[in-house]
Design a protein around this ligand. Structure first.
Ligand SMILES: [Zn+2]
Length: 681
């Protein structure tokens, strides 16, 4: 074969050419929506997939690469009403990897190119989901701010950048270069985002889909007074043009210099040894992700030694010494196939979206909560609609937004059922937004849910008595209430589906073990409305025994830290119901036993004090920390005010810690908190 030049493309299948054309058109369309209109219609993960497919095809068929391919540039052209600014040094984008193996491969490639086997030092930082910008300082003064744009030229956003409080207008300190270009990400914190959307809702203006979207929209304001009202932030991550200074040998040294001059740097950046260090960093960051006040979509890994960076150089689009490690997307698009209604433990009817199964936040999701009917009208959701689904951390997946509802050719309205989907009883409206099955405990769904709650880990902790098994037992009328659990035996259980004699035996043993419990767990397992784990513990510690709790009036109950009028009301109603009292006696008769709590006369050590938890704790879950504080008599509040006695700040603490410092509120570390707990035992 001696074909060459453009003829070489003639051997490429027409289907491939068509696919490449289609991909380019799609990518150009989404680029325009994202960069020019601040109105993305697909999640980033879908966009990344389109782009990766195109890159892959172009690698396999290099003859198809053309100058106008989106792979040959890094963004879209800026809007016309802003002045354009040409970057003296192009702002490159980063290559991306999506799994650990590919990150290890990156390290191997770097070493091979450097012809070195020694362990490399890497600078790691969170990949903040915001807008990439360049700031220019001349003789220490902020001269200009520009967006990255297409990497070659961006928009002049100086007027907006000047309003961002964390960006210094003048650099301070020694050895500030006469000319310095810093680059970084301007973003909006999660709390700032929530505030802006709450304000937009109040004024009836358009709400933003996510913080990145809101930051982009804010930076593109022609009126900087609007920008000034929004709490934008920035973290710097590199430098561009620089004059009259000898650079230090490592990137991390540059970061320290920038910080010394007053520029904002990400506090979660780290220097690590070798690719193992990077893996560890990424894992740790993923765990902290939900607790950070800003959105991230991964980590950025850079060779720390600047001389080695120079040796490695760059490809056409990306540097060879850096890599973006993308975390599993927290938002993806899918379709709502149907909406079903679930009946909860207290009869509340909750709409749940059945989804085209989709991989999000690291797991495959096929259901998402819709909370209530108000949420459905707020989303303007109809069955068949394409939607964006979000799942962050361990949070239950939720529908965030309807996209392209015109693609839904046969939309179906979602209506609250008139009759309970489980038992057929009438559905009643309860308050502003809730609907409830009117049948109470005679509703099978409510029975199942209350039994499931009773057996759950935080309650009686009956291992092996899960939802599927409870469902069968209730349907066959073997279980009709929680007390019936204690008359289950191997014979009854082994007749159930997927239950051998052995696993039935295990469940019976677990039921036996569960009989020895604590007052707090027993209280929680009863499923009194709005009595969660922390409240149950506070009740147990305050009253000491069940008799006192069941006889307590509203006034006595509200003396307990964290218990307000509404919860106190639910507790009184629960214990004035004869059926509930009879059930408790039945449980006691079956052998359920707990120790009363010795209530000391001296006041609790933290009585009258209000604590606030912020950031992530390494040694315990936040709920546990809260319970321990309540145990000591403290109140635990969600926000810092001048009434706060103390803030416990773990890593990743954001605005709460800042506020505490402003107000002069005492702050302690996790270690000091643990010492405080030790003192009191
Ligand atoms: Zn019902």
């Amino acid at each position: 074969m001696s074909v060459k030049g453009k003829d070489s493309s003639s051997s490429i299948p027409t289907a491939i050419k068509k696919q490449v054309d289609a991909l380019r058109r799609q990518i150009a369309h989404h680029d325009s929506l994202y960069f020019t209109h601040d109105n993305p219609q697909i999640p980033d993960s879908d966009y990344d997939r389109l782009f990766a497919t195109l890159v892959d095809l172009e690698q396999r068929y290099p003859a198809l690469i053309s100058a106008d391919s989106p792979t040959q540039r890094v963004g879209a052209a800026p809007r016309e009403e802003f002045t354009q600014i040409r970057h003296e040094i192009a702002m490159l984008s980063l290559d991306k990897v999506f799994n650990e193996q590919n990150l290890t491969d990156f390290d191997a490639r770097v070493k091979k190119r450097l012809q070195s086997d020694s362990t490399l030092q890497y600078s790691c930082e969170p990949k903040v989901d915001g807008v990439a910008v360049s700031l220019l300082y001349k003789d220490s003064l902020l001269e200009r701010g520009a967006t990255r744009g297409d990497g070659v030229s961006g928009e002049d956003i100086t007027h907006n950048v000047r309003t961002i409080k964390s960006i210094p207008l003048k650099l301070e300190g020694t050895n500030v270069p006469t000319l310095l270009e810093v680059r970084g990400e301007i973003f909006l914190g999660k709390r700032g985002f929530a505030r802006i959307n709450a304000e937009a809702e109040k004024t009836g203006s358009k709400q933003f889909v996510n913080p990145r979207n809101a930051a982009a929209g804010t930076l593109r304001q022609l009126d900087s007074r609007i920008t000034a009202r929004r709490p934008l932030q920035m973290y710097c991550y590199s430098i561009g043009v620089v004059q009259d200074i000898e650079l230090p040998p490592r990137l991390s040294d540059i970061f320290d210099l920038l910080e010394a001059w007053g520029l904002p740097l990400n506090p979660d950046r780290r220097v690590v040894d070798g690719i193992e260090g990077c893996h560890y960093y990424c894992k740790d960051l993923q765990e902290k992700r939900a607790g950070l006040d800003y959105e991230i979509d991964g980590a950025v890994i850079k060779v720390n030694d600047l001389a080695l960076q120079a040796d490695l150089g760059a490809n056409a689009r990306t540097p060879r010494w850096a890599m973006a490690y993308k975390f599993p997307a927290e938002e993806v698009s899918t379709t709502v196939l149907d909406v079903e209604f679930q009946v909860g433990r207290t009869g509340v009817i909750t709409p749940v979206a059945r989804l085209q199964p989709v991989f999000v936040g690291g797991v495959t999701v096929s259901n998402a909560t819709l909370h209530n009917m108000d949420e459905i009208s707020r989303l303007n959701l109809k069955i068949g609609d394409p939607v964006i689904v979000r799942r962050a951390g361990d949070v239950i997946p939720k529908v965030v937004k309807v996209i392209n509802s015109t693609d839904n050719k046969s939309p179906r309205e979602i209506e609250i059922p008139q009759f309970c989907p489980a038992c057929g009883s009438a559905v009643e409206r309860d308050g502003e937004v809730l609907y409830r099955c009117s049948a109470g405990i005679s509703c099978a769904a409510q029975r199942k849910e209350s039994i499931r709650h009773f057996a759950s880990r935080s309650a009686m902790d009956i291992e092996g008595l899960g939802s599927k098994l409870i469902e069968q037992l209730v349907d066959l009328e073997i279980l009709s209430n929680v007390a019936d659990i204690f008359s289950l035996d191997v014979e009854k259980l082994s007749a159930m589906q997927r239950m051998g004699v052995r696993s039935a035996g295990n469940v019976v043993a677990a039921i036996e073990i569960s009989k020895h419990t604590t007052l707090a767990k027993f209280l929680y397992s009863l499923g009194i409305r709005e009595v969660g784990e922390a409240t149950a513990l506070a009740l147990a510690n305050h009253f000491g025994n069940l008799g006192k709790i069941s006889r307590a009036g509203l006034e006595e109950l509200t003396e307990v830290p964290d218990i307000g009028d509404i919860v106190a009301g639910h507790i009184v109603v629960f214990f004035s119901n004869q059926e509930n009292l009879a059930r408790i006696e039945e449980l006691r008769a079956s052998g359920v036993i707990w120790q009363d709590v010795i209530v000391s006369d001296k006041p609790s050590r933290l009585a009258g004090q209000t604590y606030v938890l912020t950031g992530t704790l390494k040694t315990m879950h936040r709920n546990e920390a809260k319970a321990r504080l309540i145990e000591l008599g403290a109140k635990v509040a969600g926000s810092v005010s001048k009434h706060t006695s103390c803030v416990i700040a773990g890593p990743g603490s954001g605005s709460k810690l800042e506020k505490a410092r402003q107000l002069g509120v005492k702050t302690i570390s996790e270690e000091e908190f643990l010492a405080l707990l030790d003192d009191s035992t």
